[in-house]
Design a protein around this ligand. Structure first.
Ligand SMILES: *Cc1c(COP(=O)(O)O)cnc(C)c1O
Length: 217
């Protein structure tokens, strides 16, 4: 069985969505997974994302998973399915504005910093609590949940601690801001090639997997 099939066998019964992280990979590689039924692809560079969206079948959900520069939001606003990397009110406001221009409501995740590594991006939780009501009030954005990246480490205790922290943050936000049963605040995007199993054990609803599927970059 291929790695892809094994992954789907593990994730599907758990109701966990697979984002195939295809950054830097040629379209031929993406097409192979498309032919196996994969419909969610994640990219982190806007020009590459736009190029792949233009070329590939239109029933693909494209996810933006990387740092998003404010002046590039306009290029993805017409088609993006989910932006995982909202980490400031300013960025949220720009997505809202561009969504309106495209006559769309854009789904987003709030990226939270859970790793201690300086290089990892995302909202500090206190700042997010301060901003979330304002982001929620933006009419052309729909907040679907949170996203986080664990520390790059072999120490499973560290990773487990960080993932459980993200799940706790998710629960607090849900209770305080999205407690209606019909709320679409349902997603926790966590887990990559090296730590997806720990993420699923800790409540992930969506894993972002690149190198395990496509080989190293
Ligand atoms: C590249 C990337 C991934 C995938 O990483 P792999 O280790 O190749 O699975 C997941 N999430 C984000 C935000 C990324 O930039």
């Amino acid at each position: 069985m291929s790695t892809y099939d094994k992954l789907r066998d593990y994730l599907d019964p758990n109701g966990v969505k697979l984002v195939a992280v295809s950054k830097t990979k040629p379209i031929a590689e993406l097409n192979k997974l498309y032919d196996k039924g994969q419909r969610i692809f994640g990219e982190n560079r806007v020009p590459e994302l736009v190029d792949k969206w233009e070329t590939m079948p239109k029933d693909i959900e494209w996810h933006m998973i990387g740092t998003l520069q404010k002046n590039k939001v306009k290029y993805i606003a017409p088609f993006i399915s989910l932006i995982h990397s909202v980490d400031s009110l300013r960025l949220a406001k720009i997505i809202d504005k561009e969504a309106l221009k495209s006559k769309r409501i854009i789904d987003v995740l709030l990226q939270v910093k859970i790793a201690s590594e300086e290089s990892k991006m995302g909202y500090v939780f206190n700042t997010l609590e301060r901003d979330i009501a304002k982001i929620k009030s933006l009419p052309n954005i729909n907040i679907r949940g949170v996203m986080g990246m664990g520390t790059f480490t072999d120490d499973t205790q560290v990773t487990t601690y960080e993932f459980s922290k993200l799940r706790k943050f998710y629960r607090i936000l849900k209770e305080d801001h999205f407690d209606s049963p019909s709320s679409s605040f349902t997603e926790i995007s966590m887990g990559m090639s090296g730590d997806y199993a720990l993420a699923v054990e800790n409540g992930s609803t969506m894993v972002r997997i690149g190198s395990l599927l496509f080989g190293s970059r």
